[in-house]
Design a protein around this ligand. Structure first.
Ligand SMILES: CC(C)(COP(=O)(O)OP(=O)(O)OC[C@H]1O[C@@H](n2cnc3c(N)ncnc32)[C@H](O)[C@@H]1OP(=O)(O)O)[C@@H](O)C(=O)NCCC(=O)NCCS
Length: 326
């Protein structure tokens, strides 16, 4: 735990969250993003925070030492009898890649060093310079504050990521070639894929994303995404992909990028969402960009920017699950 003076000279404390404070973090997220988007003339719709809360619970379970809240202490003598969460930051460490999942500060507390203090306390130790491994995150291209803050640590914006949204028409895409089969996995027990499938997913992730992250795959399946392994009929895996009935698309990781359009088409056919489909497509993945646009999706809003200290993933063969956890 550490102390610092905040904007109104009341001490700000930095400490791990209590479980009951996750809902406060979700409200900080909503206030910070809504305030910033309103200034861009794009206010957020009413909050539906359940998916974010589920993600915060997952990150607290996997990375408790990299989840901090900034609080103003409660005072039994005043109206504020419990600690007030004014900001929070969370990173996920997956093998050698440290990824900043969230960093948000309440609008009226911004610009006073709280975001930087949260960031520096969850960054890997500075003792080794340069820091070991890779530091990465995703920012909003229209947000100079976060881009400037992270770039000072070498985590520089390198690649746009586009949000493609709409009701796709999979018949616009070619079918899986003969000799490639799709096998659904994790339906009966989302927490554990069969050992051979789990090993194949880890190997594909290390080849494409640069690291394996089975805990996040379990989380994806537990929160309603259905996964498929794509393999040659001789059993050799060539990639995997996920989609969901609520329209959240990805992650998709392929060893052979020529399979991009047919795999995306297969996922769209296999799972028909009730509403719109939403996917995050890195600019380097030109094949996914072309395929999804041809299938009828449209670019929504400003692109996000993937930032890193040094390259770690083959984004030309990857479509992430989200921007909070690749
Ligand atoms: C981004 C955010 C977390 C930063 O927290 P904060 O408490 O406001 O930030 P701090 O006061 O600690 O630091 C801001 C830094 O950005 C830098 N910065 C601000 N505007 C900048 C610009 N135009 N160019 C470069 N750097 C800039 C400041 O110089 C400051 O660095 P310093 O400490 O060296 O002076 C907070 O502003 C926020 O929640 N914003 C809205 C939501 C958001 O965009 N979150 C990030 C999503 S990627």
């Amino acid at each position: 735990m550490s102390l610092a003076r905040g904007q109104d000279n009341v001490a700000v404390t930095y400490r791990p969250p209590r479980h009951a404070e996750l809902a406060d973090c979700a409200l900080v997220w909503y206030s910070a993003v809504d305030d910033y988007m309103a200034r861009l003339n794009r206010p957020l719709p009413s909050p539906y925070l359940d998916p974010l809360l589920t993600m915060l619970e997952h990150l607290l379970a996997t990375d408790p030492e990299r989840f901090l809240v900034a609080v103003r202490s409660g005072d039994a003598a005043s109206a504020r009898s419990r600690d007030q969460v004014i900001g929070f930051g969370i990173a996920a460490q997956r093998e050698h890649v440290w990824y900043l999942s969230q960093l948000y500060v309440l609008p009226h507390e911004q610009g006073h060093g709280i975001g930087r203090a949260l960031l520096t306390q969850i960054l890997p130790s500075e003792a080794a310079d340069p820091r070991p491994g890779v530091l990465a995150m995703c920012t909003d291209s229209a947000q100079p504050v976060s881009n400037g803050l992270y770039a000072r640590y070498g985590i520089v914006p390198r690649m746009p990521v586009f949000n493609l949204v709409g009701s796709p028409n999979p018949s616009a895409l070619s079918r899986l070639p003969a000799g490639i089969e799709a096998v659904a996995f994790g339906r009966s027990d989302p927490s554990a894929a069969a050992p051979a499938i789990a090993a194949a997913i880890d190997a594909i992730d290390r080849a494409v994303l640069g690291y394996a992250h089975p805990v996040d795959h379990a989380h994806l399946r537990a929160t309603g995404r259905t996964g498929f392994i794509y393999r040659f009929d001789d059993d050799e895996p060539v990639g995997y992909g996920y989609s969901s009935e609520v329209g959240r698309f990805g992650p998709v990781a392929l060893l052979d990028e020529t399979l991009t359009a047919p795999v995306l088409g297969h996922l769209m056919n296999a799972i028909r969402p009730r509403g719109a489909t939403s996917a995050w497509v890195p600019g380097a993945n030109d094949r996914a960009m072309v395929a999804l646009l041809r299938a009828g999706l449209r670019i929504e809003g400003f692109p996000a920017l993937l930032c890193w200290t040094r390259p770690f993933a083959a984004f030309e063969r990857y479509v992430p699950a989200s921007l909070s956890l690749l």
